[in-house]
Design a protein around this ligand. Structure first.
Ligand code: TYD
Ligand code: MG
Length: 455
């Protein structure tokens, strides 16, 4: 060890090193080690005070206490992501890029919950109280009985929260807090970890729900160590593409609900507006559907969502053709292109390929394979799909089109929005209220799109 008690903590993964070096050996991040003092070697337990340990008392799985009550915030999209309202005493980390709207969302959540009778506090370490008041004014929430504080000292915050019982406390942000028990600066791994630990403990002890705002670094990780994600009950990420008003709240971890649930919002000049029916929003409505567009009937969380895939296949001007994709996985695009080439005889080697999911949504479902393929084929052949056709299906490397889960919900949503045709695996015909064009091989789908016959 360099100095008595000095250790080097990686600011990106939290690994502890005894020697400084330019690269963290655990996560391979460069220049991420920062010296921090620890009174004990990492991992060592403090000697027990006053003699023996108490031993371990075991209990059964049977619970006498009912499930913790949920606090309904009055913002249905937020409650949905929580798993049906905020669980009492839960600790949530809300992560997102700067400017995406984290403070706006949480001020709204606080204000609405406070209006409904919950006792809510909003503690900001980033903005002055007047700034927050001005924002509330703009959103028409100035009359709501939220208790505001501008504070960064962990000790003062904990003290304040212990004195008064709140139902919901927002800390904006965890990176601004500092505890005088640690030497490291605010935002360092040690501080973030200590502050999170204390706040989570307090949430459990008092039954207060605490939402911590966490910044995301340039690399897309939550700043500070991953351990923060392990300490809280739920991690929500707030996402949005630059230039689009839509914001998606997504649970990536949730001890009190499903993790694939999303909440959809639209940023307006009076704060975030809930979007109850996202399908209508992600469809590029108005006018003919051009060649290269295919509507995917997807499922996001518990809800069906229709969204348009847009592809452009154009001759490449350079030796290496370009592949650009927004809203979908680029590895998946490469796979679909390879399958189209190997199984359907459609070559993309001398063509640029651009693929875009409309509206700024990110699709992760394998069920989108066939929709992406249909958009690509439609653009490559310059033949549009029928206006009223939705597409879904997983494509395997062998070129098979596989049925996917929750087909009935997908088809119902499509029918509700006026779609009359579906291109999918033949199994869809069992439940379809629409005309099903079943394909069991990707090559069949390519032929149908090329022929343009949908009778
Ligand atoms: P903010 O909540 O401050 O983002 P974060 O806390 O995630 O950094 O949101 C900032 C952006 O939101 C800012 O660019 C302005 C925009 N905005 C609106 O468009 N309308 C509004 O009513 C508000 C309050 C913010
Ligand atoms: Mg903010």
């Amino acid at each position: 060890m360099a100095r008595d008690g000095a250790v080097y903590v990686c600011q990106s993964c939290g690994a502890v090193h005894t020697k400084w070096s330019g690269q963290c050996t655990a996560c391979e991040a460069w220049n991420s080690l920062v010296e921090e003092t620890q009174s004990r070697p990492p991992g060592a337990m403090a000697p027990a005070k006053g003699g023996k340990a108490r031993g371990l008392a075991f209990e059964t799985l049977v619970s006498e206490t009912p499930a913790p009550p949920r606090l309904s915030t009055g913002i249905a999209e937020f409650d949905r992501v929580c798993g049906g309202g905020l669980a009492q005493g839960s600790a949530i980390l809300l992560a997102g890029d700067p400017g995406v709207g984290k403070s706006t969302l949480l001020l709204q959540v606080c204000a609405m919950a406070a209006r409904a009778g919950a006792r809510c506090a909003y503690v900001s370490g980033e903005e002055a109280l007047d700034q927050i008041r001005a924002r509330a004014q703009r959103m028409g929430l100035a009359d709501s009985p939220v208790e505001l504080a501008a504070e960064t000292s962990l000790r003062d915050i904990l003290d304040g929260l212990k004195r008064q019982r709140f139902d919901l406390v927002v800390i904006d942000s965890i990176q601004t807090l500092w505890s005088d028990a640690h030497e490291a600066g605010p935002g360092s791994v040690t501080q973030v970890r200590a502050a999170t630990g204390e706040l989570v403990r307090l949430a459990k002890k008092l039954g207060t729900s605490i939402v911590l705002v966490g910044h995301v670094t340039k690399e897309g990780q939550i700043a500070g160590p991953r351990v923060v994600e392990h300490m809280v009950d739920a991690v929500f990420s707030f996402e949005g593409e630059r230039g689009y008003p839509f914001r998606i709240l997504r649970a990536t971890k949730n001890r009190f609900g499903a993790t694939d649930e999303i909440g959809v919002f639209e940023m307006s000049d009076a704060g975030l507006r809930e979007v109850r029916n996202p399908s209508a929003l992600f469809l590029n409505d108005g006018g003919e559907r051009a060649a290269g567009a295919a509507v995917f009937a997807g499922i996001e969380g518990s809800r069906p969502v229709l969204v348009e895939f847009q592809a452009l296949v154009a001759p490449s001007a350079y030796g290496t053709p370009r592949r650009a994709v927004v809203g979908w996985d680029s590895g998946r695009l490469a796979m679909i292109l390879a399958v189209l080439e190997a199984r359907c005889g459609l070559g993309f080697g001398d063509r640029d390929v651009y693929l875009n999911v409309a509206g700024g949504l990110r699709i992760g479902e394998p069920a989108a394979d066939l929709a992406a393929a249909a958009a690509l084929v439609s653009s490559a052949m310059d033949v549009p799909l029928p206006q009223d056709c939705v597409v879904f299906g997983e494509v395997s490397l062998s070129g098979d089109v596989r049925p996917v889960g929750r087909m009935e919900a997908r088809l119902k949503e499509a029918a509700k929005l006026g779609f009359g045709r579906v291109l999918a695996a033949p199994a869809a015909a069992e439940t379809a209220p629409l005309a099903v064009f079943g394909v069991s091989r990707l090559a069949e789908a390519v032929r149908r799109i090329g022929d343009g016959v949908w009778e």
